[in-house]
Design a protein around this ligand. Structure first.
Ligand SMILES: C[S@@+](CC[C@H](N)C(=O)[O-])C[C@H]1O[C@@H](n2cnc3c(N)ncnc32)[C@H](O)[C@@H]1O
Length: 324
């Protein structure tokens, strides 16, 4: 069958054209809202990932575990790594870019915090409210992370997981996170960070892959872990006790597992109809590229913990704890 390789190449080229033509680039916070509204309305992401739209924690070295349990575990690992569990019950916590509230509910239910979760996507906020039983002290609101109307110092802690790549103005984002903390309040952040190109310039291939990864999932830009620290330290609101760690190894299995999950539980996808199957297949190349970028060290899972400076200020270099 001499025509078979030709046919396969033709189909692959067509699939690649559809993939590249169907990209979802960042244009504004509103374009991010539209993407998440779609991803929430069609139910596919929730069926497969549960109520957490973030990577899972598999340990370091990683060990096999349930796909959705690994996501809840990431929340607990981050709470303990950052010492957030030492805050007294009743502390006010803001979850910036809260998705459909998976982390917010854990933080309220298991640690006793009073949580406000905000997202740019109104569909996510509707879903977060629907998923939250009345006895869990979580409120949710549609809000742009760069235009939050709350007064300075309104929260004891600010939490943000995997929202930063959607935010174009990284310095303003860092300023807002710190502004909303009371002096001495605690910031906990997890971000997808690209390798610092000042230390090792990006190859043409790496630049190409990063631009595909930005355009496919509505990301504005990836900051390096170094740049995130610089933004926090440059904030006029003051940042002290900043410490960071790289959790790339512990989160890496999330990528292959995201694909396996679709095959492990095909009915979760099939029961949503043929459009969901196409949508699911459509995300595969991006997931594979993410896995490649993770393995290569081009993208890293950075975690950050800091405090807003007290009234006596601080230079950000003290009380640096070792990475968790
Ligand atoms: C990858 S999801 C993470 C969701 C959630 N943190 C979780 O871990 O399940 C990114 C979240 O950031 C939110 N987001 C992106 N840009 C935003 C903005 N400008 N203002 C508020 N939320 C934003 C999205 O709506 C979405 O909820």
């Amino acid at each position: 069958m001499p025509w078979l390789p030709l046919l396969i190449s033709g189909v692959l080229c067509l699939a690649l054209c559809v993939y590249l033509a169907g990209k979802r680039p960042y244009r504004s916070p509103q374009s991010v809202a539209v993407n998440y509204d779609h991803w929430t309305r069609d139910g596919l992401l929730e069926r497969l990932w549960g109520d957490h739209i973030h990577l899972g924690y598999y340990g370091d070295p990683p060990r096999p575990q349930d796909f959705r349990a690994s996501k809840a575990r990431l929340v607990h690992e981050l709470v303990h790594w950052s010492d957030l569990h030492k805050l007294p019950p009743g502390s006010r916590l803001l979850d910036v870019g809260c998705g459909i509230g998976g982390s917010a509910r854990i933080l309220a239910r298991d640690y006793g915090f009073q949580v406000l979760g905000i997202s740019i996507s109104s569909q996510q906020i509707d879903r977060a409210r629907a998923l939250t039983p009345a006895h869990i002290p979580c409120r949710f609101a549609v809000m742009d992370a760069l235009a939050m109307p709350m007064a300075d110092g309104s929260f004891d802690a600010v939490w943000t997981v995997e929202a930063a790549p959607h935010i174009a103005d990284k310095q303003r984002f860092a300023n807002e996170l710190l502004r909303l903390l009371k002096p001495g309040g605690q910031l906990v952040m997890a971000d997808w960070n690209q390798r610092d190109s000042r230390q090792q310039p990006l190859s043409r291939l790496e630049q190409m892959v990063l631009s595909i990864l930005l355009e496919q999932w509505g990301h504005a830009a990836f900051a390096s872990m170094e740049a995130v620290q610089e933004h926090l330290q440059a904030s006029p609101h003051g940042c002290v006790s900043l410490h960071t760690a790289d959790w790339s190894r512990a989160t890496f299995p999330s990528w292959p597992e995201a694909i396996r999950e679709g095959f492990r539980r095909p009915w979760a996808v099939l029961s949503l109809g043929s459009a969901a199957v196409v949508k699911g297949l459509r995300e595969m190349p991006t997931i594979l590229l993410m896995a490649w970028a993770w393995r290569r060290g081009l993208l890293r899972f950075g975690v950050f913990c800091a405090e807003r400076a007290g009234s006596d200020g601080g230079d950000g270099s003290t009380a640096r704890r070792p990475p968790g």
